[in-house]
Design a protein around this ligand. Structure first.
Ligand code: ADP
Length: 573
């Protein structure tokens, strides 16, 4: 450029897109509108795939699951005010699940804030309880730095949700192209990116103590959760478990790190395993409600916990016998190294491993006897068995299973078999219903070689059913199986004394239109729908849709009175 030649100017939308692309971002989920439409368009022109949703809630769930599956922050783009508020669903879900995610929202013009501007909201304040870090770009020149910061912070330490606020005036300010280049370069150079806390600082003496505890235990157990999945510990866990012969128990999303069919799997003998173990090595899983807080009566009062977690606060909260703070993959490597010099083995004839295996086999054969029956109209078990067998028939790479609903998720967790890591996504730590379609879309774009199969209740499906259009628009290989029992928990289960008052003739609060034709919803957009009510119909719909790998909804008619209200959590309702 000669000094007099006019320099090309770019605005904040373009600079933000450039910054994300320069940081290696490849996908973004969101809903466009004022003032971020141009940001999305520019992102696409720079090679970022933008998955455009109908609702920020679903897009946010997608971003959170994308973060979990890829280990890189999932991005959610929203408009200001209500867009940001809808996006909080995804952001909070990411925080609670400890998954890396960044929400980026446009916001109102800074000079009009406080005067009732279009879609005005103090978004930095609104996201506060739901994010680990937030930042507002107050000037166009701040954008590259802010982008680098939110991406770094989302994955640093315990992963979680971060927020970037982009006011509309900042998005419309301009800089020259050459200035933009140097701002982006400077920001990238300042990146303090530490993907996850390293575990190498765990003192050798603590690793030795952990191994000693396991070695001396009479009834050791290894428990792992979605933090261990996120940390990609499958090889280290397999090595540890197979060299020691210690039985293992995955949490719902830990399932698949080792196959559910492994001879040391204690999933089918869960009560015995947690009730009787004397030392439990818990990797990347919180001792929260899902693990009964690590307390009696489910656990023995004398159990010694060894917790491995990247988060110091988590260890301090639980006060385990021994806490190892660090990245699970690294810590397990150190444990394996320590064991290598003196392997101990719970031989196949060890009474503890044998008791677990015996109990697991008994429980499995009892369950199989139930599953073997073809019950029509369908209960939950018969179609779940048929779906399990169809999924296993796909082989490797195994499909990603997305699961939600009360009974559907409970039965699915027990019946569906996970054979590969990170192939199960469900309602998670918060029991969030409505995640289904968002998770399906994230899974399909994050893992394009895998088929995605959602197994969900009609209520879970309804939260975001319009996103079936998104499936069709992007032609994603997703088969959504809806267990249709006509409502939340199914048919009207009220007692006569609950059916009184002026609105007693309204449908029950738990009811939907009986026989709702969900399969036709996807056909409205050009996808494939099936209505099935018998084993043969279901088998043929699964065979066709699994080989077609096209957007599909299979509407499975379930007996409205099968299953239980609140599924497994009746005591909480
Ligand atoms: P689950 O629901 O499967 O029981 P949780 O979500 O309760 O699992 O627990 C996951 C835990 O994993 C969190 O406490 C989180 O801090 C931790 N975590 C996340 N990433 C890592 C990592 N790389 N190494 C170790 N722990 C991790």
């Amino acid at each position: 450029n000669s000094p007099s030649a006019p320099q090309t100017l770019i605005d904040g939308n373009v600079l933000a897109a450039k910054s994300f692309a320069s940081c290696g971002v490849t996908h973004m989920f969101g809903v466009v509108g004022i003032p971020v439409t141009s940001l999305a368009n520019r992102a696409v022109s720079l090679g970022i795939r933008f998955l455009a949703f109908h609702n920020e809630q679903s897009a946010g769930y997608a971003a959170s699951a994308y973060g979990y599956l890829t280990g890189r922050p999932g991005l959610l783009l929203t408009v200001s005010g209500p867009g940001c508020v809808h996006g909080l669903a995804g952001l909070s879900n990411a925080m609670v699940n400890t998954w890396p995610m960044v929400m980026i929202s446009g916001s109102c013009d800074q000079k009009d804030a406080g005067r009732g501007d279009f879609q005005e909201l103090d978004q930095i304040e609104a996201v506060e309880p739901f994010s680990k870090f937030s930042v507002k770009a107050k000037d166009v020149k701040d954008i590259p730095n802010c982008v680098v910061q939110v991406l770094d912070r989302a994955v640093a330490g315990r992963p979680g949700g971060c927020y970037l606020d982009l006011p509309s005036d900042v998005l419309h300010q301009t800089v020259t192209e050459s200035e933009a280049e140097s701002l982006v370069t400077a920001a990238l150079n300042s990146s303090e990116s530490k993907p996850i806390a390293n575990g190498s600082e765990v003192p050798t003496s603590e690793i030795e103590r952990a191994v000693e505890l396991l070695r001396k235990a009479e009834r050791p157990l290894i428990v792992f959760g979605k933090g261990a999945s996120y940390a990609r510990t499958e090889n280290e866990l397999r090595k540890l478990i197979e060299t020691t012969g210690v039985p293992f128990l995955p949490t719902p999303m830990g399932k698949g790190l080792l196959p559910d069919t492994h001879e040391l799997a204690a999933g089918a003998a869960r009560s015995l395993a947690i009730g009787k173990c004397d030392v439990a090595l818990v990797v990347g899983a919180r001792l929260n409600w899902l693990l009964h807080f690590g307390e009696p009566p489910k656990w023995s009062k004398d159990v010694k916990f060894i917790l491995v977690d990247v988060c110091k606060d988590e260890i301090e909260l639980r006060k385990p016998h021994l806490g190892l703070i660090g990245d699970a993959k690294k810590v397990l490597e150190l444990i394996n190294k320590e064991i290598k010099d003196d392997p101990f083995c719970l031989a196949k004839s060890h009474p503890w491993a044998e008791a677990i295996s015996k109990k697991a086999k008994e429980n499995v054969s009892r369950m199989e006897a139930q599953l073997a029956k073809d019950v029509v109209p369908f209960n939950f078990l018969t179609p779940m068995r048929i779906i399990r067998d169809a999924i296993l028939g796909v082989g490797s790479p195994a499909p990603i299973v997305v699961s939600e609903g009360a009974n559907t998720m409970d039965v699915g967790r027990a019946v569906l078999v996970q054979t590969e890591p990170r192939t199960r996504l469900d309602a998670g730590t918060w029991g969030t219903m409505g995640i289904g379609l968002g998770y399906c879309i994230a899974a399909a774009v994050a893992e394009p070689n895998r088929l995605v199969v959602a197994v969900e209740g009609d209520s879970g499906f309804g939260f975001s059913a319009m996103e079936v259009e998104t499936l069709v628009r992007y032609q994603l290989p997703v088969v959504v199986i809806v267990f249709n029992n006509g409502g939340v928990y199914g048919g009207d289960r009220r007692s006569p004394e609950e059916i009184t008052g002026p609105f007693k003739d309204d449908p029950a609060p738990t009811s939907f239109v009986p026989g709702a034709a969900y399969h036709i919803v996807i056909e409205a957009f050009g996808g494939k729908g099936y209505l099935v009510g018998t084993p043969d119909e279901l088998k043929s719909a699964l065979a066709e849709s699994f080989s077609a790998r096209k957007p599909t909804v299979i509407n499975v008619t379930i007996d409205p009175y099968a299953g239980a209200e609140s599924g497994r959590l009746q005591h909480k309702n």
